[in-house]
Ligand binder design. Structure first.
Ligand code: SF4
Ligand code: SF4
Length: 284
């Protein structure tokens, strides 16, 4: 079972929930898909090793064969090619590697070269939790490719937690789209509520069953709970605005390690999600 942890915005405690949940369930795998800023390992402290580079095939134009017909540049919807009077200019950072320019070229003047834009890393096998993360090179825009490559390492026979990027843009769709269930992490504050409602709309559109974890409960008001009650969205867990939890967070320590009662609460949440999912009673 794949459970994505998402939030309408950053800073709501999404990574905290992902890490603590992963550490509370035996045999769990954790995938940090927040590839622009993967933070899970700040709490895990695992020694990481490279599993594979993530690369995108970009075109290289053979000027000997090219007749400057412009068909490749006309085809590219990402404006990664420009037809100049002197030749075809390639902008590799804009290329999505679709291969279409090579297909439309009547002269066979386009070949492809891989361009590395990120990496997939894995925690050393001796670590208690199996952990993978993706890392997008600085300045790159193709987060979705890194996320998809990273997710290729999910063992379908084991439960997996996917720490998704914040927000509701394309990388989130790539991270969450394949999940069996989505946990939305939010705070009950006015700003958090606005982004939370956007995230709810997205998971509803994607028809993914979902529930909510309210983080720093007690800090704001009851607006998230009132909304969830009205919309029949399950509130799976409330994490209080607790000084001890905040201190452990600031020290990079997953709070289930120091407050074992919470391990049981996270494990119970996983069990409820799993049994609800298997019996088909979860909302979508
Ligand atoms: S591979 Fe696709 S995205 Fe890249 S330049 Fe060619 S047409 Fe454009
Ligand atoms: S489609 Fe082929 S021949 Fe035409 S401009 Fe592009 S590379 Fe040159």
């Amino acid at each position: 079972m794949k459970i994505a942890i998402a939030s309408g915005k950053g800073g709501t405690g999404k990574t905290t929930v992902a890490v603590n949940l992963a550490l509370s369930v035996e045999g769990m795998q954790l995938f940090d898909c927040d590839v622009e800023e993967p933070n899970c390992n700040l709490f895990l402290g695992q020694e990481l090793e490279k599993v594979e580079d993530v690369s995108c095939p970009v075109p290289v134009i053979d000027s000997e064969k090219c007749t400057l017909c412009g068909k490749c540049a006309d085809f590219c919807r990402y404006n990664a090619l420009a037809a100049l009077s002197t030749g075809i200019m390639v902008f590799p950072f804009l290329c999505h590697g679709c291969g279409g320019c090579g297909l439309v070229c009547p002269e066979g003047a386009v070949r492809e070269e891989p361009r590395v834009l990120g990496v997939v890393e894995k925690g050393k096998a001796t670590a208690p939790l199996e952990f993978y993360r993706g890392l997008l090179n600085i300045g790159e825009a193709m987060a979705t490719l890194v996320i998809r490559t990273l997710q290729g390492h999910i063992d379908a026979n084991r439960p997996a937690i996917i720490d998704s990027p914040p927000g509701v843009a394309c990388p989130v769709i790539a991270a969450v789209g394949d999940a069996d269930y989505c946990v939305l992490v939010t705070e009950s504050t006015p700003f958090g509520f606005h982004d939370f409602k956007l995230a709810v709309e997205v998971v509803k559109l994607m028809k993914i069953p979902f529930g909510v974890v309210i983080n720093r409960d007690g800090l704001g008001d009851s607006r998230v709970e009132d909304f969830c009650r009205g919309e029949k969205i399950p509130v799976l867990l409330k994490i209080p605005n607790d000084m001890r939890i905040a201190r452990l967070y600031s020290e990079g320590i997953p709070f289930v390690e120091e407050m074992p009662g919470w391990k049981e609460k996270f494990a119970a949440m996983f069990k409820a999600i799993k049994s609800g999912s298997e019996s088909g009673v979860m909302n979508a």
